[in-house]
Design a protein around this ligand. Structure first.
Ligand code: TXA
Ligand code: MG
Length: 338
């Protein structure tokens, strides 16, 4: 590690131990770090984000040997997943020990835990010392898009954060996969950096999803609204896109279309309609999604129009985020739509 980074990590540790807040890079998104053993630091994280206090924070640590310091009654499948995917984009929800206070878990007896896979995050967590860990929600205002660069953190939170460690753009760009356990069942609570097929492969059994049948609609104040830009965002299947573009044009709404197929390349661009090509491949798309949404959420457009992703499990985390970011009911692409 470069000497200047070691110096920055030493400063970050001094700040964190004094109860201050340090944003740091992980492989998924930037986190807003606070020492979980200092209640005033945890309170400040909620304040900075404008996050309701009932919302639990993920606890980040660096060594597998510390897992039992923070969690107990750990099921066999949790150990299997931890051993395979940590350090990595996986958060496990497990019964907390008394070392994790209720203000971190939003009053629940379960805690979310993760060992992130980023050299700066790991160096920082190691330097905090044993029996220390960092609560780190994504370093954005509540309900907004997670930051994937240090600049995003500064643009959104500015000087409310005591320090920002710059680790460049995040490798994955979407939040971790959150997994919970109920009896013998493994449940994906938030799809993310690890596809469920990989989880199922390691466990050699099916993983399930919570039952959510209704399409999500963004209602101000609704907790289902998340990961959202300020500009209203709509998602439409490929076959409905052109009609929607024409409707928005007729309303005089300046529209940016973010598409992944080539469907729109021949459509006429004008001052009220522009498009931007996103990657066709889900890993690359996921990596660029938040940066691209931020780039065009700049007050220049009345509407962000997104082409619905293919109906394919590899796109699940992206579909989940777009459902929550969308201001109209999200209509899934049908097989054969594109
Ligand atoms: O990739 C990530 O997970 C990033 C990086 C910084 O690690 N963190 C992140 O944290 O996305 P946050 O706070 O923005 O989102 C955490 C999600 C929330 O939806 C929260 O409700 C859920 O994890 N969560 C945390 N602890 C939980 C618990 N004990 N039970 C259920 N859900 C939990
Ligand atoms: Mg978040």
């Amino acid at each position: 590690m470069m000497p200047e980074i070691s110096n920055q990590i030493a400063s970050a540790v001094a700040l964190l131990r004094a109860g201050r807040i340090v944003a740091f890079p992980t492989e998924t998104v930037y986190g807003l770090g606070a020492d979980i053993t200092i209640p005033s630091a945890i309170n400040r994280v909620f304040e900075i984000k404008g996050r309701p206090v009932g919302h639990p924070l993920i606890v980040h640590f660096s060594e597998m040997s510390q897992l039992e310091h923070w969690a107990q009654e750990i099921p066999k499948s949790a150990w299997q997943l931890a051993k395979r995917f940590w350090p990595g984009p996986l958060t496990l929800i497990l019964p907390r020990t008394s070392h994790v206070s209720l203000n971190v878990t939003g009053g629940q007896n379960m805690v979310g835990l993760r060992i992130p896979d980023h050299p700066i995050a790991l160096a920082l967590l190691n330097a905090m010392g044993p029996e220390r860990a960092l609560a780190a929600p994504s370093a954005n205002l509540f309900g907004r898009i997670s930051p994937t660069t240090a600049d995003h953190v500064f643009d959104e939170l500015g000087f409310t954060v005591d320090m920002i460690l710059d680790g460049g753009p995040c490798k994955i760009g979407l939040e971790s996969t959150i997994v919970g356990f109920s009896g013998k069942t493994t449940i994906v609570l938030r799809p993310g950096g690890i596809p469920q097929t990989e989880l199922a492969e390691v466990l050699n059994e099916k993983v399930t999803f919570p039952n959510r049948k209704k399409p999500r609609v963004r209602v101000p104040g609704s907790l289902d609204s998340h990961y959202a830009p300020l500009t209203p965002l709509e998602v439409w299947p490929t076959k409905s896109l052109l009609q929607r573009v024409l409707e928005l044009k007729a309303q005089g709404l300046r529209t940016m279309l973010l598409g992944w197929s080539a469907a729109y390349l021949s459509w006429e661009k004008d001052k009220d309609f522009l498009y931007f090509s996103m990657p066709k491949e889900p890993t690359a798309y996921g990596n660029q999604l938040y940066t691209t949404l931020r780039r065009f959420d700049n007050g220049q457009f009345d509407r962000l129009l997104l082409e619905a992703p293919p109906n394919n499990p590899a796109w699940l985390a992206i579909v989940d985020r777009l459902q929550r970011a969308s201001c109209v009911p999200f209509i899934k692409a049908q097989d054969g739509d594109f």
